[in-house]
Each structure stands twice: as C-alpha cells, then as structure tokens.
Design a protein around this ligand. Structure first.
Ligand code: AMP
Length: 390
C-alpha cells in the first residue's frame, strides 16, 4: 500500500520507519524542506493550501494520513472524496481551536481547568475576575510547545498579554497547580476497537517536552479514568488512528489539557518499550489492520534532544540507550532527536538515566528535573550486575 502523509517532520519519519518493514511505501507533502524524510519515500514540497499539488499527491497514493495537527481541516475533508483519509477532518476541526477542544471535553464530561472565551480586553478582565489569577491565557489556534501562551499573575498583566498575543480571540484558563503531567495514547480501528498504552509521566521545560517516563507509576484507577476519557473522544470523533490526550494530575484527579490527533512525542518510548509502537499502531488503524498489543515491555525514559548537535554518540555505550536522530538542522528550541533508555526496574532506569546525563549537550541539563537525572557519583553509575536489557 502507498501511504500519503501530510507533514514531513520527525513524526512522518518515524511513521515511515515503522511502515517500511510491513512492505508499505510513502509519499510526503510538506511546505518545508522535508529533510527528516529524505530517502524514506517520495516528497512533494508544497503548501497544504495548494489545490493542484494536493490533487497530484492524493492521486499518487492509496490512503492518506497526517503527522501535523495544523493541516487545514478543509483540505482533509476534500481528500476524503478521493481517497480514504484517517483520522478524519472532524478530529482536526475539534483539536485545532483550543476553545472548541475544551468545549468538547466539557460536553463529554472530561474535567478541565475552568476556562472562558475571550474576544476583547474587557472579556479578559471579566474572566480573570471570575476565574482568578494566576491564569494561563492562550491563543485559540497555532499554539504549540508553550508558544502563544501567557501566564498572568496580576491584573496589570492582562493588557500586556492581550497585546503580546496579537489582540485576537483567546482562551483564559485557570492555572492548574498540578502534581504532575501525564498523557495517554490510544488507538481506534475502523470497527471501533480500541487499545490504550500505559499512562506516561511528562516533564516540560520552557513549555517543551523534555522527559517522558513510562509506564508512569499510577494507581490502576487513574489509568482507567484516563482510558475512559480517551475512549469517549475516540468514539465521538469516529476516530481511526492514534490520538494523544495530555492531562494534569491534581490529587487523584485528572484534568484534560489538550489532545493531539496524531502520534505524539510522549509516545516515542513505545518504539523500544512497548509490544507495538504508536507509529505501527497508527498505520495499522489507518490501513484497516488489527491493532497490536500496547503493553510495556520494560521501564522506559525518553529524553528529547533539543536545539543542539552533535550529540555524543558514546552515549550508546550506556546500557539500554537507543539514539534517534531526525536529520534536522539544529536551531534553538528545535527537536532534533531523542534518546530512549530502557531498564527492567525503575531504580535501574533512574541509575541509567543519571549515567546518560554526562553524554547530553550541557544546554539540556537545566531543563531536566534534577532529582531524576542528577549525575550520580562515579561507582554509583555502574550498571547493576545481571540487569537484563530489553
Ligand atoms: P500547552 O501548549 O497547552 O500544551 O501547554 C504547555 C505547557 O504549559 C503544559 O504542558 C503545562 O506545563 C503548562 N500549562 C498549560 N496550561 C496550563 C494551565 N491551565 N495551568 C498550568 N499549567 C499549564
């Protein structure tokens, strides 16, 4: 089967790397250079709004999916009359606008931070008075990795936030004092069958995901709640493919922050750490194939490589280390790769993570949570004798 992918970043790269062994081929369309997918299939450099390029792209493939959530929903809806496309335009429409997304969560009984729609500076003042400060003010569209956000701590910040965010429709959310951030990744097939990966614990720095730990140490009840929320979304959106739901844990409760209608950075650990990777399961769903098992095979930690190359490839000497580079030119804040560390137990994973720190670019370290990734003393870093790799 020839699969067309809208978007040609690292997610497209990892989708192709999962699909090639199953005998599939790929064609990508993206307005950028497509450096991450070079050698993995055909590539068309074009805007998602270019109807002629889109028509040629669609005619050249059997099925279409996307790896970028800001592909215009209208373009995906048009493709649906020519070729099967999954997930569909509905999931894009609902997730591209933070206000519509939060309204969907509320309709489905999925808890969120309190929020208000903002059209004017006066709305902002009223919403801040109702919900209280601090509050997080976000653009409704095109925000990612913490961009398009402003945390207001006092009334005087509101005017500044309104101007800084471009005097456009916004959403104001109550500031959630979370214990930790989690995410759940689920997949739904064409017949409504679903599978869910274990919850993942995520650590951000400057609004960008830095570290994921999987499976997160959580009670079975929390996993069941998260699966229930994701299930409601998958069914309501008549979804086919992988969907990620980002959550805040407060006490024993979960609050939804946002969803991503695609494979997700917090699921990269599944390549080595789960029975079936999120990339393979996404393709299986899109292709109408049975979904694969989602159980974890070990404890995993995924560290994002952000902004700098070269990476010290001696890190591969660390037990359980797996390096993924995306063939991207480094720029500040740009994800250029990731390392997944696997281990049989949580204490061993933490020891291995501490060991890895000495090989990572220095600029990454301040963004990683100190107790988890402190550089352990020499002698302490030696792999546990007899520990099994997975
Ligand atoms: P987002 O772009 O919505 O994923 O937000 C990026 C990061 O900002 C999240 O992972 C949180 O760390 C933080 N954040 C977003 N919304 C809130 C909120 N309402 N309360 C507290 N922190 C937030």
């Amino acid at each position: 089967m020839k699969i067309g992918i809208l978007g040609a970043g690292q997610l497209g790269r990892m989708l192709a790397l999962a699909g090639l062994p199953m005998g599939h081929s790929f064609h990508f369309l993206d307005p950028g250079e497509g450096e991450s997918v070079a050698g993995l299939g055909g590539f068309t450099r074009a805007s998602f709004d270019d109807p002629d390029a889109m028509a040629r792209f669609v005619a050249s493939v059997d099925r279409v999916t996307f790896e970028f959530e800001n592909v215009p929903a209208a373009a995906v809806a048009r493709i649906a009359s020519e070729r099967p496309v999954a997930p569909g335009a509905l999931a894009l429409e609902r997730s591209q606008d933070r206000l519509i997304e939060k309204q969907l969560f509320t309709e489905l009984g999925i808890p969120t931070a309190p929020f208000r729609s903002i059209e004017t500076p006066l709305d902002l003042k009223q919403a801040a008075a109702e919900i209280g400060l601090p509050a997080v003010i976000k653009t409704r569209r095109h925000g990612y990795d913490g961009k398009g956000q402003w945390v207001a701590t006092q009334t005087g910040d509101l005017e500044t936030a309104w101007r800084a965010l471009g005097a456009q429709p916004l959403i104001l959310e109550g500031f959630v004092r979370f214990r930790r951030e989690l995410s759940i990744i689920g997949a739904r097939d064409a017949w409504g069958g679903t599978v869910f990966y274990p919850l993942v614990e995520n650590h951000h720095g400057d609004g960008i995901l830095r570290l994921s730990l999987a499976p997160a140490a959580v009670e079975a009840e929390l996993q069941a709640f998260a699966e229930g929320y994701a299930h409601r979304l998958l069914d309501t959106l008549q979804y086919e493919g992988v969907l990620a739901l980002e959550l805040f844990q407060v006490g024993d409760e979960l609050f939804a922050n946002e969803m991503a209608p695609r494979v997700h950075n917090s699921g990269h650990w599944t390549i080595e750490g789960a029975e079936t990777s999120q990339f393979e399961n996404h393709l299986r769903a899109v292709l109408g194939l049975p979904l694969g098992a989602t159980a974890s095979r070990c404890q995993s930690a995924m560290v994002n490589l952000i902004g700098s190359l070269p990476v010290d490839t001696d890190l591969l000497a660390c037990p359980g280390a797996h390096l993924h580079l995306y063939a991207k030119q480094p720029r500040p804040g740009r994800k250029v790769g990731h390392v997944t560390i696997t281990a049989e137990s949580d204490p061993e994973l933490r020891r291995r993570l501490g060991n890895l720190m000495r090989y990572l670019p220095a600029n990454l370290l301040p963004h990683l949570p100190a107790p988890l990734v402190r550089q352990v003393a020499p002698g302490e870093i030696l792999p546990v004798p007899g520990a099994r790799e997975c």
